[in-house]
Write a protein that binds this ligand. Sequence first.
Ligand code: SAM
Length: 203
Amino acid sequence: MSRFGPDPQTFFDEVYRDTAPWDIGVAQPSLLRLIDDLPPRGPVLDVGCGSGDLSIALAGRGLTVRGVDFVAAAVLQAQAKVQALEPEVAARLAFDVADALRPSRLGRFGAVVDSGFYHLFDQHQAERFARDLASALVPGGRYYLLAFASEFPIPNTPRAVSAAEVRARFPHAGGWRVLDLRDAEFQSRIAPVPAVAACIERV
Ligand SMILES: C[S@@+](CC[C@H](N)C(=O)[O-])C[C@H]1O[C@@H](n2cnc3c(N)ncnc32)[C@H](O)[C@@H]1O
């Protein structure tokens, strides 16, 4: 069962009726710093893209980006932001409604970026996501992750992801190389949350 009840889609649809607590109006700074330190190759898939700020920041850096989210309202917000961009940046962006838990069904990518997606899922779902991710990345492709490192005794909140979990989930023996793993911060409209950020390469 998902951490967000029997019908997580309905939960997230409801959250997007208002401004979502994670929607800070810009891409998460910790994740962008990591991406700038270890620049990705395109095309990029943004899993659980929300209202699109990370995808837009990456398109501004010259990358071709596909952002997917299963909430139609979030995707509409992202598409509306595209209208205000320079045409050459807008041309590098596509947003659509899709389930991102099986990224290999969405294509093959030079990078997959994950700002608060992985930490939504329990260990079993996360394990299946990571296995599928291997097929979604080209050799040398990179997965960029930002996840909560703290857990809250509140229903419908993400779980904590530790550095040890990241290393165990993406082992060298499984064809992964952890290029960077660092303490980070996940900003929100409520309060900043301690986080973990990682860049993991598909060997
Ligand atoms: C914590 S929010 C982060 C949104 C955005 N990445 C950001 O940093 O602002 C997680 C996002 O994942 C989306 N999501 C949850 N489960 C999903 C799924 N199975 N497929 C696609 N999107 C999903 C939610 O709708 C939500 O927009």
